[in-house]
Write a protein that binds this ligand. Structure first.
Ligand code: C2E
Ligand code: MG
Ligand code: MG
Ligand code: MG
Length: 281
């Protein structure tokens, strides 16, 4: 049996791992090229007020228009971007393009909308991140309140002290801070009160079965009630049916997002005001 350290370490360098390393380097090169060739695109998924039906914001979700593979979804490249460190460049690209989109909307006199952008752990750990954001807002003349960041419990817990400082700076600027995929990580509601957080996003896994799983519905109702006591807004992810919407509205959930209203769509379609709330009762 090979030991984890010491002389026997070489035992772990198997043929398979060589191939893995090779594949990873190749995948990293692909990402670098894709950035240079501008093959990424930011899609937008509307986020709406469950009580007024109004679209108040959108989540920015990156897509890869691959020359051979066609449209590639984040689950197929974000993990690679994270393990190669390229997520920092890609994340910056998404951030700049999202802010540029907001500036474009302003120029075209479209109504203000807030964009919520996903942040990777590596971005949250970058001590320059806050000034990068400030510089982009200045460059594009976009007010901070039109930008929000979505961070997961897991990436905050990697370095709570640093994350807390960063998020506090961003929140002080007027940026909205959301906890993404809430309920799937290891943080508890009690940790929330120590973090600068404006909104919780209840993970889709609790919403899918909401009407049929009494445990899920109790958890969701409790999360909403507790969050509100702590002055934190709640958004439910992955709403696919009118019934889920109704239930969440009855639980006093503030906001929602999901295929029921719209899938993530390219800026062009988003500008047409395409994301329409279903009109069926
Ligand atoms: P997320 O941030 O939790 O985003 C929500 C995901 O759920 C999106 O998948 C969205 O398309 C999908 N979704 C929304 N509504 C529904 C629904 O009603 N039903 C179902 N089945 N799915 C729904 P997407 O776009 O494939 O993104 C997956 C994940 O990739 C995101 O999860 C996020 O963690 C990550 N990601 C996407 N864009 C970025 C980015 O720019 N930076 C970073 N760091 N991560 C990103
Ligand atoms: Mg998100
Ligand atoms: Mg999520
Ligand atoms: Mg998710």
């Amino acid at each position: 049996q090979a030991k984890l350290s010491g002389k026997n370490q070489y035992a772990f360098y198997t043929e398979a791992m060589k191939i893995d390393t090779h594949a990873l380097i190749e995948a990293e090169n692909d990402l670098v090229l894709a950035l240079e060739r501008n093959e990424f695109e930011v899609y937008f998924q509307p986020q709406f007020n469950l009580h007024t039906d109004e679209i108040f914001a959108a989540e920015a979700l990156v897509r890869w228009n691959h020359p051979e593979k066609g449209l590639v979804f984040p689950n197929d490249f974000i993990p690679i971007a994270e393990s190669t460190g390229k997520i920092v460049d890609l994340g910056y690209w998404v951030l700049e393009n999202s802010i540029a989109y907001l500036a474009q909307r302003k120029k075209e006199k479209r109504p203000d909308i807030t964009l919520h952008i996903n942040l990777a752990a590596a971005q949250l750990a970058d001590p320059h991140f806050v000034s990068l954001v400030e510089n982009l807002l200045e460059k594009y003349q976009v007010p901070a309140h039109l930008v929000g960041f979505e961070v997961t419990e897991t990436s905050i817990l990697k370095d709570v002290v640093l994350a807390k400082k960063m998020l506090q700076c961003l929140q002080d600027m007027g940026v909205c801070i959301s906890i993404d995929d809430f309920g799937t990580g290891y943080s508890s509601l009690s940790q929330l009160k120590n973090l600068p957080v404006n909104m919780l996003k209840i993970d889709r896994s609790f919403v899918t079965d909401l009407e049929h799983n009494p445990d899920d519905s109790k958890i969701v109702e409790a999360i909403i009630a507790m969050a509100h006591k702590l002055n934190v807004k709640v958004l439910a992810e992955g709403i696919e049916t009118r019934a889920q919407w109704r239930t969440l509205e009855a639980f006093q959930c503030d906001f929602g997002q999901g295929y029921y209203v719209s899938k993530p769509i390219p800026a062009k379609e988003f500008n047409l005001g395409k994301p329409l709330i279903h009109s069926d009762p």
